[in-house]
Design a protein around this ligand. Structure first.
Ligand code: C2E
Ligand code: MG
Ligand code: MG
Ligand code: MG
Length: 292
């Protein structure tokens, strides 16, 4: 009996493995057509100035609207896209679309807005990212220095020399670089002054419960201090509570991003939000004008 049940388990295990392999294959073949079939959208998460809550810019986050399966989050396809190399085509699309959207919003709302686009390691190292950026910047008129690319620390370890060359070339095009999920990787601090990095993004695991005298809040504090000492901008990711925002404000952390302010939103929702804020500002200005 023990044998049967063990065998039953083995078969069950085989079944789930087979199913998973099939799901993966299906996902991979669907992913191949998704760019041409316009199944990707960018959502935009506001990045706010912690000082006064105004919107400084956005992070562009990819969403896949699968015709059968509905909305698929990046956690379910970015890894596969990297393994198969499809991320190169997807990444080029995201760069172009994020820049196009930025140009439109700078014209409509404010020329100071920035846009931060995620770039995978493969994309930075294999694609001709400098050419893609040059092309994109020629196609869309944006304020110099307002396009940012987010890369992760682990990327810097692969081929430091080549990586540095590409980063310098991007910088010379006026593109700024941010280190995403900072604190979760393995890079040595010496990378921070060797590479042309403009912004540190404190990973949300260190922001969670920041301010609740947790050991993690020490890490958020130290990263903020480090950024200030090196004259880098700093963004705290994943702020969900006012207590976390308050703590970071106390550290003079410049920017915050998280559900507490706004989740990643479709373009139309961002525009409603920006219009609403503009009306509020105008109403306030009207009131103070009346007061004399
Ligand atoms: P990331 O670049 O670190 O993006 C931040 C993630 O945190 C986003 O998840 C965002 O929705 C989520 N987030 C924002 N605020 C909060 C919060 O208050 N609480 C919590 N729990 N989460 C919050 P998302 O959109 O699912 O993206 C996951 C990851 O997928 C991104 O992490 C990024 O590494 C990758 N990704 C997304 N879009 C792209 C893309 O266009 N290209 C590439 N290469 N990677 C992308
Ligand atoms: Mg990011
Ligand atoms: Mg991040
Ligand atoms: Mg993160």
């Amino acid at each position: 009996r023990a044998k049967t049940s063990a065998r039953g388990r083995v078969e069950m295990f085989d079944d789930t493995l087979r199913e998973r392999a099939l799901t993966r294959l299906r996902l991979e073949s669907d992913l191949r057509h998704a760019v041409e079939d316009h199944e990707f959208r960018l959502f935009y998460q506001p990045i706010v100035r912690l000082r006064d809550g105004t919107i400084a810019g956005f992070e562009a986050l990819m969403r896949w609207f699968h015709p059968q399966r509905g909305l698929i989050p990046p956690s379910d396809f970015v890894h596969l896209a990297e393994e198969t190399g499809l991320i190169l085509k997807m990444g080029r699309w995201a760069l172009a679309e994020g820049t196009r959207q930025l140009a439109e919003w700078q014209g409509r709302f404010s020329p100071d807005l920035f846009m931060s686009v995620n770039v995978s390691g493969r994309q930075l190292m294999e694609d001709d990212l400098v050419a893609a950026v040059t092309e994109t910047l020629a196609a869309h008129r944006i304020t110099p220095g307002t396009l940012k690319l987010e890369i992760t620390e682990s990327l810097l370890l692969d081929d430091p020399g080549r990586c540095l060359g590409i980063m310098e070339a991007l910088k010379s095009k006026g593109v700024k670089l941010s280190l995403d999920d900072f604190g979760t990787g393995f890079s040595s601090l010496s990378y921070l002054h060797r590479y042309p990095i403009g912004t540190l993004k404190i990973d949300r695991s260190f922001v969670r419960a920041a301010g609740e005298s947790d050991r993690r809040s020490a890490i958020a504090r130290i990263i903020t201090l480090l950024a200030q000492a090196l004259d880098l901008e700093v963004i705290a990711e994943g702020i969900e509570k006012e207590s976390e925002a308050e703590f970071l404000r106390g550290l003079h952390c410049q920017y915050g991003q998280g559900y507490h302010f706004a989740p990643p939103l479709p373009k139309e929702a961002v525009e409603d939000m920006m219009d609403g804020r503009r009306r509020e500002r105008e109403a306030l200005a009207g009131v103070s004008a009346l007061k004399g």
